[in-house]
Design a protein around this ligand. Structure first.
Ligand SMILES: [Zn+2]
Length: 380
């Protein structure tokens, strides 16, 4: 009896050790050995959780603009350190940065500084469209210096045949006067876009990124992990925005929040008002469970296809999923767009393998890098 009992204890211990080994292998902390990097919080406020799961205990929070240290990644979740707070956050609310932890970004702080607002009256001259190009002279042949956003107060220096020289915050230059009118100034930028570094290869290019769906329209929902398409469309778009700005482009987003749902004609209008050079619509796909991989759609063979080809060539270069080439697609945001436009389906949320890959920040970053390289080649 005693002999048998002790044997059972050993069996039990073996089982426990085996289970422990499994837990160690599968635990988020052990999932990857990425070296750490810094990232900036892009959500207004972001909960830090004890584990890489939506329902895990909240152990703290970080705020917009704060720089945190990222130490691990696990299926779209990032383990961060910020002061005394350490834990997991949803990866798509962070953007990689070169800035140091513990500091609040001065770039985003300076954007919040009051623009020039007329003190004598509540009405002033403001930008009437979502994004307005600022040029070095009174005409479309002049170089683009930057972009002003809806509601930005401008002080008019001079008017010449449909053009105005304006000053607004740090921006000074010429804008088409039809987009300036009387209104109430908005103190801060709309947050929809910012211009990039002054010497990148995409300097002077205005690129509209369109994260598909949003708000009450989640798009596709993953069959295995319940990934909402609208959410990863936006996070992928944010990675792309980051990359394009680093290359000097001026980026305009058709939406910047998960709960926003601009109608399709509005998305196209944003492209036209910005006078965009390219329009990139980001989506993830769904269909028969066996379907896997990337599709790049164009509408017009002359206007859109060269752009689709340039981007697809990069997406096909081994970012983690197979690309099935370019295809004709009769989508509103392509068909009604005067801007060269492409709609990308970056993987199938109905496919377990695809969903597991595309919900990760790594894949989304690789896709963003490939799209950015494709744009660089397109504009060469
Ligand atoms: Zn979609």
């Amino acid at each position: 009896m005693i002999h048998n009992a002790s044997l059972n204890v050993w069996k039990l211990w073996g089982g426990v050790l085996l289970a422990l080994a499994f837990i160690l292998v599968l635990a988020p902390n052990q999932a990857s050995a990425n070296s750490s990097y810094n990232a900036q919080v892009i959500a207004d406020s972001l909960n830090v959780r004890a584990d890489a799961a939506k329902d895990a205990d909240v152990v703290g929070s970080v705020k917009k603009g704060e720089i945190v240290q990222v130490t691990r990644e696990f299926h779209g979740w990032l383990k961060i350190k910020h002061g005394n707070v350490e834990g997991w956050v949803a990866g798509y609310y962070l953007l990689k940065t070169d800035k140091q932890p513990g500091s609040v970004s001065t770039a985003s702080a300076s954007k919040e500084q009051p623009r020039q607002v007329a003190s004598s009256s509540s009405k002033t001259s403001v930008v009437l469209v979502d994004a307005l190009r600022v040029r070095s002279g009174p005409g479309t042949d002049y170089k683009i210096n930057g972009v002003l956003y809806k509601g930005a107060a401008v002080s008019i220096q001079e008017s010449v045949k449909g053009w105005m020289q304006v000053v607004s915050g740090n921006e000074r230059g010429w804008v088409s006067s039809q987009y300036i009118g009387e209104g109430t100034a908005v103190q801060t930028a709309s947050g929809s876009s910012t211009s990039g570094s002054s010497n990148g290869s995409l300097r002077g290019k205005v690129i509209v990124i369109d994260p598909g769906h949003g708000g009450s329209d989640p798009g596709m929902v993953g069959t295995t992990y319940k990934t909402a398409e609208k959410t990863i469309n936006l996070s992928t778009a944010n990675y792309l925005k980051d990359r394009l700005q680093a290359l000097g482009a001026t980026v305009v987003m058709t939406r910047t929040k998960d709960d926003q749902k601009p109608e399709l004609p509005r998305r196209v209008a944003i492209s036209h008002e910005a006078g965009a050079d390219a329009f990139i619509s980001i989506h993830y796909n769904s269909s028969d469970k066996r379907n896997s991989g990337i599709l790049s759609f164009f509408y017009s063979s002359s206007k859109d296809r060269p752009l689709a080809h340039a981007i697809e060539r990069q997406l096909a270069g081994g970012i983690g999923l197979k690309s099935h080439g370019v295809a004709y697609g009769d989508y509103h945001v392509l068909r009604e767009n005067r801007t060269p436009a492409v709609l990308l389906e970056l993987g199938f949320l109905s496919n377990k393998k695809d969903e597991g890959i595309v919900r990760g920040a790594d894949y989304q970053r690789r896709a963003a890098d490939a799209i950015a390289t494709g744009l660089q080649n397109y504009f060469k």
